[in-house]
Design a protein around this ligand. Structure first.
Ligand code: NAP
Length: 418
């Protein structure tokens, strides 16, 4: 390996895709045990590597030199080999700083809360202090090392202006977790969640629903990689190129790992258009109605007849939550999937919701869908749901005619929107 990443596990790493957007070197993912990491660092047969969990502190004794910021944080995420000498850096600090700086509010002199007491929480403290936040308070389940407990935070610090989650709560596969409810902090100006899988955690979504600026951790991941690439190549990119590369890498991975979720009336062409989109993008396609049929072992109309709509909606919600947490897919939803807030939240964590807005005159009743089996039923559903489709959509696309041209329209709208 010349360039790459060491850590354990690396199964969900986005780092290779990110580095491919930044530079021409071949970037390899190298899952290593402690012994293998020690061997690699002793033999020094690489040009430059990134280091991730659980080795950011472990690698330090193998280094000849360590930069000031890495020493201050006590962790190394980048090692360069300069003629046999290993020099350690920490680009998580600059990466997280870049992410926090995307918050439009002036944070200086403002109270900030950091959730968690691990390595990223320590980096967060250094970043928020460097940006003038005051006081910076750490919140922990145990209240150790000068931290306060969650109960104390909810009692004494609901006037906080900034919240940064540095815990794994809400991370895949436990996507429904939320460390605190941002609604409990009415003075919030910004929320950062360092988690990047899912792209928008429940915390980020809930903060946005409260009208607060909120962003997930993918931008930090992209930014720390750009700063690492500068060490790898021994080249300063300068602020404009750095920002352009960060945004390029961010957009690339967000598109690759994000889901396109088609919503809209039965008969609007979600499944056919979805298959065409998946083919065009090289992404897997998932039809939630087909998944429900597999789950229940019977056609939807039969399930409705036997168990009623409420039971159907419960199965639909469970399928929705399960399927939406997997990234990088095109998903066709059933016509009523967006009726429940929990489904919309689940679909939005990785997804862009696209409402296929086909006029009522072009919709065709589907006998296998009990609530829209004929023209009369379709019209009733259309009038009941149209507003809901609009308000839950990130993008509304007017579609007319055949599925092929509808798919092209959707692709254009997605590209313009990203
Ligand atoms: P870590 O060292 O394991 O620390 C996580 C901290 O979270 C712990 O110290 C713990 O603090 C708290 N915590 C753990 N489990 C919890 C639970 N079930 N409920 C509430 N609190 C819990 O991890 P880390 O390396 O700092 O990483 C933290 C997060 O940052 C991870 O999700 C990681 O993926 C993410 N991260 C993102 C980036 C990026 O580029 N975006 C970079 C690095 C890390 P207490 O015990 O004191 O409560």
């Amino acid at each position: 390996m010349e360039y790459g990443l060491i850590g354990m596990p690396l199964g969900h790493s986005y780092s290779r895709e990110i580095h491919e957007q930044i530079a021409d070197y071949k970037y390899e993912l190298c899952e290593v045990t402690r012994e293998q990491a020690a061997d690699l660092l002793t033999k020094r047969e690489f040009r430059a590597i990134n280091v991730t969990i659980p080795y950011k502190e472990f690698v330090i004794p193998f280094l000849d030199e360590i930069s000031e910021e890495a020493r201050a944080i006590g962790a190394v995420n980048t090692i360069v080999n300069r003629g046999g000498r290993l020099i350690g850096h920490n680009t998580d600090f600059a990466g997280l700083r870049e992410l926090v700086l995307r918050c439009p509010a002036d944070l200086s002199g403002k109270k900030a809360l950091i959730l968690g007491t691990g390595g990223t929480a320590k980096t967060a403290r250094a970043v928020l202090t460097s940006l003038g936040c005051e006081p910076v308070i750490t919140v922990s389940r145990t209240g150790r090392e000068g931290a306060i407990t969650y109960e104390e935070a909810l009692r004494d610090d609901t006037d906080a202006a900034f919240l940064l989650n540095a815990t794994p709560v809400g991370m895949y596969p436990h996507n429904d977790g939320m460390p605190v409810d941002p609604a409990a902090f009415p003075g919030l100006l910004g929320v950062i969640d360092v988690i990047y899988n899912p792209l928008r955690t429940r915390l980020v979504q809930q903060a946005r629903a409260c009208g607060v600026f909120a962003e997930g951790g993918l931008l930090m991941l992209a930014a720390q990689a750009v700063y690492a690439a500068e060490w790898f190549l021994d080249e300063a990119f300068g602020p404009d190129r750095e920002r352009a590369l960060i945004d390029k890498a961010y957009r690339h991975v967000a598109a690759l790992r994000g889901n396109l979720v088609l919503t809209g009336m039965p008969g609007s062409g979600k499944s056919t258009v979805g298959r065409l989109l998946a083919e065009a993008l090289g992404h897997p396609f998932v039809d939630l109605d087909e998944e429900i049929v597999k789950e229940t072992g019977m056609p939807i109309a039969d399930f409705f007849a036997a168990h009623g709509e409420a039971a159907f909606r419960d199965v639909e919600a469970a399928v929705c939550v399960r399927e939406a947490k997997e990234p990088g897919r095109v998903i066709a939803t059933g016509g009523g999937a967006i009726l429940r807030d929990e489904n919309v939240r689940a679909l939005r964590q990785n997804g862009t919701l696209i409402f296929l807005d086909r006029p009522l005159a072009e919709l065709v009743g589907t006998p296998d869908r009990p609530l829209s089996r004929d023209a009369g039923a379709l019209k009733k559903r259309y009038e009941e749901r149209y507003e809901r489709y609009c308000e839950t959509a990130d993008i509304r696309v007017d579609v007319r005619g055949d599925a092929e041209s509808a798919a092209q329209t959707v692709l254009r709208a997605v590209r313009e929107g990203s």
